[in-house]
Write a protein that binds this ligand. Structure first.
Ligand SMILES: Cc1cc2nc3c(=O)[nH]c(=O)nc-3n(C[C@H](O)[C@H](O)[C@H](O)COP(=O)(O)O)c2cc1C
Length: 326
């Protein structure tokens, strides 16, 4: 069992100490562990070229064409049976590098895209290395630690929820999560025995889960969330009692009794969460269907659309000359 620890925080500061501490505990439980300090990695922004999806559809490995350190991290990601990730909260959510990485690991790591590509290859008689890398289909696990400086959780609102986007496309099941806020008040994680014990428990939880099927490993976090699938507490409310979990993309029914609020998500809705295969497949079918809708629309619009588009070209664009700093 191999567990990869990723810290998006500063060298030897809060995130790194907590991830390493969880890894140390996992190592005691028999895991082979490795750690990557993400701020040492060059992870560029996704340019939206769509090359990953096209590569996957045409027999390739779907890897991003941008030349930076993502392939190195990705290889470690694939080798791992589980990941333990800590990210600092910057401006209410995880630091931007985590989102950059998640964007770059979208379609090429999405279980529905990978499954459909592999099915097609099998149908085409492909074998061995021509198939999708089987490590993509391992049932993997994650423990997430969101680390915030502020003394109240309302300054870390999007920390854990957004960290889920690093996991759900690859079908990595989050079985433990810690909202480690108040680091400013705690001063140093090693001064908080309770926090360190909690982080160590995450290490044990993750080690125990490795190698088991998802169906056998329950969520082991301290608090079950409002959403029973992602265990996060965010809700989108649009003026009715039908509310939505923004992480899972599923609908629930909200009811209020006194000062207690309850949100119920039906079994069918839970199944179609994008954390589950059904939700990913739903989105895959939706995206694949766009070609048949958009292509004819663009064709029918013809030159009139092209002429309209031209009026936007170079419109009031500032010219930045990097060398001259002008
Ligand atoms: C640019 C910036 C923005 C921050 N925004 C928040 C915030 O919105 N909420 C919060 O609780 N902490 C915030 N913090 C504090 C960090 O989350 C905190 O210092 C954390 O421990 C950093 O992780 P590290 O020690 O592993 O680097 C911010 C820090 C920086 C540098």
């Amino acid at each position: 069992m191999r567990i990869l620890g990723l810290s998006f925080g500063r060298k030897m500061k809060n995130c790194e100490i907590m991830v390493k501490s969880a890894l140390m505990e996992a190592e005691k439980a028999g895991a082979d562990v490795a750690f990557i300090r993400m701020i040492d990695m060059d992870i560029k922004t996704c340019t939206g070229c769509g090359g990953c999806g096209r590569s996957l559809d045409s027999g390739g490995n779907g890897r991003c064409i941008i030349k930076d350190d993502l392939p190195y991290v990705d290889e470690e990601f694939l080798k791992a049976d589980a990941i333990i990730v800590a990210a600092p909260v910057y401006a209410l959510g995880p630091s931007g590098q985590l989102k950059q990485m998640a964007d770059r690991m979208g379609p090429s790591h999405d279980l529905a895209f990978l499954t459909k590509a592999n099915e097609q290859r099998i149908a085409d008689g492909k074998t061995g290395d021509q198939l999708v890398d089987p490590r993509n289909f391992k049932q993997r696990y994650a423990g997430l630690i969101s680390v915030g400086g502020a003394s109240t959780r309302n300054w870390t609102s999007f920390g854990l929820p957004i960290m889920h986007i690093l996991c759900f496309p690859s079908h990595i099941k989050v079985i433990d999560q810690i909202d480690a806020y108040n680091m400013g008040g705690i001063a140093h994680p090693l001064l908080d025995e309770q926090l360190m014990a909690r982080v160590a428990r995450m290490g044990r939880n993750i080690a125990q889960a490795c190698g088991k099927p998802h169906s056998e490993v329950p969520f082991m976090g301290d608090e079950k969330g409002t959403c029973p699938v992602c265990n996060c507490d965010l809700l989108t409310v649009r003026g009715s009692t039908t509310v939505e979990c923004p992480i899972c993309g599923i609908y629930g029914q909200l009811s209020v009794e006194g000062d207690k609020v309850q949100v119920t998500f039906s079994e069918a809705e839970q199944k179609r969460s994008r954390l589950n295969y059904d939700g990913k497949l739903e989105h895959y079918v939706e995206i694949k269907g766009f070609g048949a809708i958009a292509g004819p629309k663009i064709k029918a619009a013809g030159d009139a659309l092209n002429d309209k588009i031209k009026t936007f070209e170079n419109y009031r664009e500032l010219k930045f000359h990097r060398e001259l700093k002008l």
